[in-house]
Design a binder for this molecule. Sequence first.
Ligand code: GRF
Length: 200
Amino acid sequence: MERTSPQVHRIITLSSGLSRGSNLLAIHRYFQKENLPIQIAYAVFTNSQAQAIANANAEGISSLVIPIRDPQLFEERVLSLIKTQDISLVALCGFMKKVSADFIRKAGVPILNIHPALLPKFGGKGMYGTAVHEAVFKAGEKLSGATVHLVDEEYDRGAIIRQESIDIGFCSSPEMIASAVLEIEHKIYGPSIRQILLSR
Ligand code: GRF
């Protein structure tokens, strides 16, 4: 059952490097299309050159750049944002860095990640971006997909919230797998956040 209270859940997203930002836009559009009381308060980027910043701003999403040269300082600044801005969830959207156990504990809100494979397969250190799809392709998998999971102190290991698979038997390259999987990512991330914030 979903809450009927008008409370708006404010979330932040974290994206590192030259992030593309497609999941960020997909969740934002999902919240709007479904008229949900969930709002991206800030999209946080570690790199001011990320193309995703312009895309986010164009859709009315407030963005913030917090450099990650000093990871501890980065975490302190994000924690301060969480506390002062009444943030109820953190969604990693192309955030390729590990967050510390201390950060997870102090954040005190769910932290979600989306991974472009069917965890627990094809996850862990170094398994991100094209490396994932190349490994899936090399292994001759007939299915791949995406996984939304809670973040803990190990890469890609936290409790699975939602997972959906797609037939990749027709894919003749890792790039084809990546694009099939991306469609699944865009489909499941928004509903997963909704499930965490609005379901009892
Ligand atoms: C996605 O493939 C996601 O699974 C992974 O990082 C990528 C981010 O892509 N964690 P985008 O910036 O959302 O387009």
